[in-house]
Design a protein around this ligand. Structure first.
Ligand code: GDP
Ligand code: MG
Length: 162
């Protein structure tokens, strides 16, 4: 069985960009598996020596109030289905109340979770990450999904136990 990575986070942090980056390398198989909601997109990918499945989630509206809206059902389902969660935040936008709610949920979840700070291209990664240490989700991991920076080392580090 391939390890399954769920990408969660509020809209516009770069989940789909990372999904495409993670799945395009070999098979670029971006397909909905039968019987699963169209709210989630499933893809297979390979980077370095690691093969995996990725779940992209969408449709979380940051405009709505409360954890139930922020962590829309499809995101909660994706977390259930996954072995590993990548919680994406926007390193340019800094902290956001919706991020705090998602962090809250993930801290209580038993799933291994990695806090991924995206969009660190052209900015100082240390400054971008500084806001996010307080989440209590371990050391933030800087990437730039749009350019691929940090993505291979993230996968190698996180999937090493699998
Ligand atoms: P999603 O809503 O979380 O799926 O976010 P998207 O993947 O659709 O990306 C939202 C916006 O952020 C798009 O305009 C992307 O081009 C941009 N974006 C994604 N990754 C990066 C990155 O690494 N650097 C920068 N500068 N922009 C990015
Ligand atoms: Mg998206």
């Amino acid at each position: 069985m391939l390890p399954v990575i769920a990408l969660v986070g509020r809209p516009n942090v770069g989940k789909s960009t990372l999904f495409n980056r993670l799945t395009r390398t070999r098979d670029a198989l971006v397909a909905d598996l039968p019987g699963l909601t169209r709210d989630r997109k499933y893809g297979e990918g390979r980077l370095g020596d690691q093969s995996y499945l990725v779940i992209d989630t969408g449709g979380i509206s940051g405009d709505e109030a409360g954890i139930d809206q922020v962590m829309a059902r499809q995101s909660l389902m994706a977390i259930e289905e996954a072995d590993i969660v990548f919680f994406l935040v926007d390193g340019r936008a800094g902290l956001n109340p919706a991020d705090e709610m998602i962090a809250d949920h993930l801290r209580r979840s038993a799933k291994p979770c990695h806090l991924v700070v995206n969009k660190t291209d052209g900015i100082d990664p240390d400054t971008a990450m500084a806001d996010f240490y307080g989440f209590g989700l371990g050391n933030p991991k800087p990437i730039a999904a749009a350019h691929g920076r940090g993505v291979l080392s993230l996968i190698e580090e996180v999937l090493a136990p699998f």
